[in-house]
Ligand binder design. Sequence first.
Ligand code: FAD
Ligand code: NAD
Length: 366
Amino acid sequence: EKKLLGVSAKDLTPSYDWFQTDGLITVVIYTKQKDMNAELVIVDCQDKRLRGEIIVNEHSYVLEVDLDHEVEDFFINIAEKIGKVEIILKKKDNVHWKMLGQPLESHNTFIKRKNRGLFYRKCKLVSKTEVTHDTKLFCFMLPKSTCFQVPAGQHVYLKQIIAGTEVVKPYTPLLPFLPLNFKEPSCHDSANIYLMIKIYSCGLFTQALDHLQIGDCISISNPEGNFKKSQVQALEDLFFLAAGTGFTPMVKLLNFALTEVSSLRTAKLIFFNKTEDDILWRNQLEQLALKDERFEVQFVLSEAAKDWMGKQGRISSSLLSGFVKRSRKDSKVLICICGPTPFTEQGVQYLKDLGYSQEEMHAFTA
Ligand code: FAD
Ligand code: NAD
């Protein structure tokens, strides 16, 4: 067993215990992680099957059992400082449980996140609203038997059977709108997942999505992604280089930065689109820029009409050098880039050429 600073790997593995009263079963997970929070806990409990997953840095701990008896409902309690997570199950019948249940395949395992297969649950389409001529905002509701939150900068996978074949694609949950009042942390609407999706006329997955009716279900996975909120902590200048639907990861991130990062001085978005009609949430972005003096937005069009007065072209070194500027010498900066792969690759290269370090940029990719 490898020793790290006198702490063995085994000591870092979470463990669990359970106990019961007449009406409740309490499963306690000792995560051994100090900063536990709701974004690190994913619970599904349906048809006597309980699956609880705890994210511990690069690792994932899973509890998975076929419960001894049925449950009616469940709650989650997190003691953040001591890293204790309780899953409280409400018994359907007030009977004494002889055991928690039969362990399933992944029960009590602690492995690298990337080696943990995706877990899906069926979510219902609640609403679908137009954002632009080809982009829609989909709202999916998590079932009552599921509890998780999607952290800023992370995506989920959607799965559908199309013409007899299982197809999976990633999408980035965002907020239903850009909150204009950043003074209060926005209350979390965690039962709904909002996705802004461009429907391509020849797109395999998006065509099938567009044909879903309100009330239809689709499989949605646990959140994934390598963006860490710590990248935004103590930040002074935040820049977003977004192209098309590459705007989606910026929404929660911008909200988080403007609400919770007190050191933040500037947040600037440079948004690349083909035409004016393709700009997502233009009005909301302009409203936010008026309302919050830290925020600024600039639109750049690659196929502008003659009457467009704004900036034109694609991502370039000269455009970026004028836009990405520190608010003061040595300020702590992060530049987020997301869009079509060639856009992201070119952006990263230009930023390197301008002297920004790897730690000062984050590219959203698959
Ligand atoms: P496809 O059938 O794959 O093709 C789409 C269109 O693009 C077609 O018109 C096709 O002709 C063309 N095309 C396909 N491949 C290429 C290529 N390599 N070069 C040029 N053209 C090509 N999309 C969103 O709308 N919203 C999101 O929030 C979102 N989040 C994402 C998060 C991540 C991490 C990643 C990697 C992608 C994300 N995407 C998002 C893109 C999404 O996953 C799909 O790729 C997209 O919806 C297209 O799927 P499709 O099956 O409909 O299209
Ligand atoms: P689009 O075709 O409408 O293009 C928008 C802008 O991107 C263009 O105006 C142009 O400025 C720029 N652009 C396009 N192709 C370029 C190229 N080859 N080189 C340089 N710049 C280029 O964009 P769209 O259809 O909305 O596509 C958005 C892309 O973002 C998709 O490829 C999607 O997969 C990706 N995306 C990725 C993530 C992620 O997290 N990785 C999230 C959301 C979207």
